[in-house]
Design a protein around this ligand. Sequence first.
Ligand code: NAG
Ligand code: NAG
Ligand code: NAG
Ligand code: NAG
Ligand code: NAG
Ligand code: NAG
Length: 459
Amino acid sequence: MDKGHTLPQDIRDLRHCLRMKSKYAILLVFVVALVIIEKENNIISRVSDKLKQTPQSLMEANSTDPGLVLSENGSLLSLSELDSAFLQLKSQLQNVTLQLGGSREPAMAQEPRRHVLLMATTRTGSSFVGEFFNQQGNIFYLFEPLWHIERTVSFEPGGANAVGSALVYRDVLKQLFLCDLYILENFITPLPEDHLTPFMFRRGSSRSLCEDPVCTPFVKKVFEKYHCKNRRCGPLNVTLAAEACLHKDHMALKTVRIRQLEFLRPLVEDPRLDMRIIQLVRDPRAVLASRIVAFSGKYETWKKWASEGEAPLNEDEVQRLRGNCESIRLSAELGLKQPAWLQGRYMLIRYEDIARSPLQNAKEMYRFAGISLTPQVEEWIQKNTQAPQDSNGIYSTQKNSSEQFEKWRFSIPFKLAQVVQSVCGPAMSLFGYKLASNPETLTNRSISLLEERRAFWIT
Ligand SMILES: *[C@@H]1O[C@H](CO)[C@@H](O)[C@H](O)[C@H]1NC(C)=O
Ligand SMILES: *[C@@H]1O[C@H](CO)[C@@H](O)[C@H](O)[C@H]1NC(C)=O
Ligand SMILES: *[C@@H]1O[C@H](CO)[C@@H](O)[C@H](O)[C@H]1NC(C)=O
Ligand SMILES: *[C@@H]1O[C@H](CO)[C@@H](O)[C@H](O)[C@H]1NC(C)=O
Ligand SMILES: *[C@@H]1O[C@H](CO)[C@@H](O)[C@H](O)[C@H]1NC(C)=O
Ligand SMILES: CC(=O)N[C@H]1CO[C@H](CO)[C@@H](O)[C@@H]1O
């Protein structure tokens, strides 16, 4: 029989109280002991060194119990998990650290490591939004690493293989978040030798892969297809990249290749990852208009149909569009339903809202991720969202964003908008994109096609 049930309430309260007291007594003793030892050795700075190395121990631990992970090498990490009463002790310890002349940042103030997945589809502005994370020095950011997987393992869309690909994507993502970048080597062609490759997709879009020490001295004879933007580096040493990943405080990556949120569940439930998923959506009319320009080969049929008209539109193309819209909608609906496993870990955001107030929404995304935004990022946003319209490369992120986001309205034939509206209606209504019932509405600047609502949803 459970003894707790037979004891009177006040005794149980007392026991609880004693237990709490002893908890704090132990902590207090611990803190005092630490302070005393500090006077002899410089232990606090060593401790803070150790805390900075924690990603390594998180990597090595193959336990799934977060408590175990955190309690390795003393219970220091779990201190941050304790309730608010402990904040005071924490601040005292910080004060002591400061008084003792530690020039380091107080170890306790460090944020827990976060893993942010920016989940999008092509032409939704994900390169631009990804930069918000790429620009921050303490985040290890990867741009579309799943590109290598898609290229190597061919899957037929819609068939049983679609599930297969999703599983491979998911497992690769998990290893990447754990900084096991070697996993990518299996999918890079030609196969890297000695963990060295000049073929890392869009390396230049990842600051972390282009800064010291990952940027090794330039090797003249090696052709690097995706090189760093502002400097030449030797071929990517995957070991160095993995080490950089472990040393950064946080990890973020963007992908347009995950179609179903559901598939990410094992990652979200992995206590080592403390995942945050940001799903980025954009008006499907704008997305189609942009794809026709950017992927003109693949979207030849659409282009022809839009400009000529007479020939009927290929039904397969329409079905593909419907499939795209539906998978985005289903993922968002799942996220918004707030299942327990996604609690506090899912955010839905519209590109249009980001384009209209980039800084404000960047701040919201960082707040959601639990990472403090640095002035670096703010500066980048200021500089890259108010640029004049001359720089118009298709993957360019430098534009006057509040002007750009609805340019499509004036370039898309109305019938193209109509098809999208008829096929993507449910998604559009979920995200608050208004239908245009005639060409005049589509091109009338004073009529907004955006329902004004909360700019983002966090569950
Ligand atoms: C992981 O688990 C295996 C089997 O339980 C064990 O042999 C190994 O030492 C563990 N590795 C680490 C790094 O804890
Ligand atoms: C720590 O120092 C700050 C300013 O130096 C002070 O305001 C605060 O009360 C101190 N905290 C504790 C717990 O002593
Ligand atoms: C890659 O970097 C690691 C870590 O510094 C180093 O040990 C290794 O020799 C490097 N590989 C090559 C081929 O230079
Ligand atoms: C960007 O576009 C907006 C909206 O048209 C305009 O108000 C703003 O002045 C533009 N900014 C720059 C730097 O061109
Ligand atoms: C655009 O819409 C506004 C508001 O509905 C209307 O007053 C205006 O006449 C329209 N402009 C054109 C050119 O149709
Ligand atoms: C599990 C773990 O990380 N253990 C480490 C604790 O710290 C000692 C001394 O620094 C290391 O030798 C252990 O490997």
